[in-house]
Design a protein around this ligand. Structure first.
Ligand SMILES: Nc1ncnc2c1ncn2[C@@H]1O[C@H](COP(=O)(O)OP(=O)(O)OP(=O)(O)O)[C@@H](O)[C@H]1O
Ligand SMILES: [Mg+2]
Length: 258
């Protein structure tokens, strides 16, 4: 039997703006199973972030049902929601959202501070392990403002993993990065997914969505397409191709200068 991580039925979200009601989600049905890597796509304003915030228990729907890891989220109180969010969900944002002037290690330890069952020693070990998993073993003591955008996003990914969440939710996680760095971050997500981590990944970019194994598309608050990707682009190949293009560009510049 498939292990459902996320199941939503007829999910609706309305925002009141002055006297107007904005219908951001208009009856969405969706199931995400363990081990899936799902790209959530659609034009600006189509409801992607609204959906992600509800899936991540940052916001509540106006109507409809939501089960997270088999638990009915609708019935939970605010502090129970916060608890679920801290233990079951990992978030990655476009602008990294790291604490400034704070080391990578301390940033990654942060979600564990809320867990009284975890000792200081365990906290440090888990954070080190998460930073190793994202390839930053040699940057643990660096301050967040002493790192490149790609490295900062790796720290944010390590932070999202440190609690062993049932799903990692990313909102435009490559939106601030150049193509090569974006692909490197996608290589990391593919690697994490290969290890069994379930991922929901909002993106505008079709080339980024091509690295995932399922694409769902929103329009005006409705899910209009749900495509299983049977030909997933391998990021390592895509990176190699980018390198070839870089070499060609270098040669071209050299020819022009000669
Ligand atoms: N807090 C809010 N109050 C009022 N309306 C909102 C709020 N958040 C979102 N909306 C509206 O809900 C709709 C969906 O917004 P949402 O942020 O989910 O879109 P999106 O698909 O993530 O867009 P983008 O690609 O630009 O990030 C939009 O019409 C938006 O204006
Ligand atoms: Mg958005």
């Amino acid at each position: 039997m498939e292990n459902k991580i996320i199941e939503i039925q007829n999910l609706q979200k309305n925002y009141r703006v002055g006297t107007e009601i904005v219908s951001a989600l208009r009856g969405v049905n969706l199931t995400i199973n363990a081990g899936e890597f799902v790209a959530i796509m659609g034009a600006s304003g189509s409801g992607k972030s609204t959906l992600l915030n509800i899936l991540g228990c940052l916001d509540k729907p106006t109507a409809g049902d939501y089960w997270l890891d088999g638990k009915n989220v609708n019935v939970l109180k605010k502090d129970q929601l916060a608890d679920i969010r801290n233990t079951k969900i990992g978030f990655v944002f476009q602008s990294y959202n790291l604490l400034p002037r704070t080391t990578a290690l301390e940033n990654v330890e942060l979600p564990l501070l809320y867990n009284p069952k975890i000792s200081i020693k365990m906290r440090r070990e888990k954070a080190e392990h998460a930073l190793e998993a994202v390839g930053l073993a040699d940057r643990m003591k660096h301050l967040s403002n002493q790192m490149s955008g790609g490295q900062q996003q790796r720290v944010a990914i390590a932070r999202s993993l440190v609690n062993d969440p049932v799903i990692v939710l990313a909102d435009e996680a490559t939106g601030n990065l150049d193509t090569k760095t974006s692909y490197e971050i996608m290589a990391l997500f593919q690697e994490l997914n290969d290890k069994g981590i379930t991922i929901g990944f909002v993106t505008h970019e079709p080339d980024i969505a091509a690295f995932t194994n399922r694409n769902i598309v929103f329009r005006d608050g409705r899910l209009i397409k749900d495509i299983q990707m049977n030909k997933i682009t391998n990021v390592v190949d895509a990176l190699d191709q980018l390198k070839d293009e870089d070499t060609l560009l270098d040669e071209f510049v050299n020819v022009c200068v000669a």
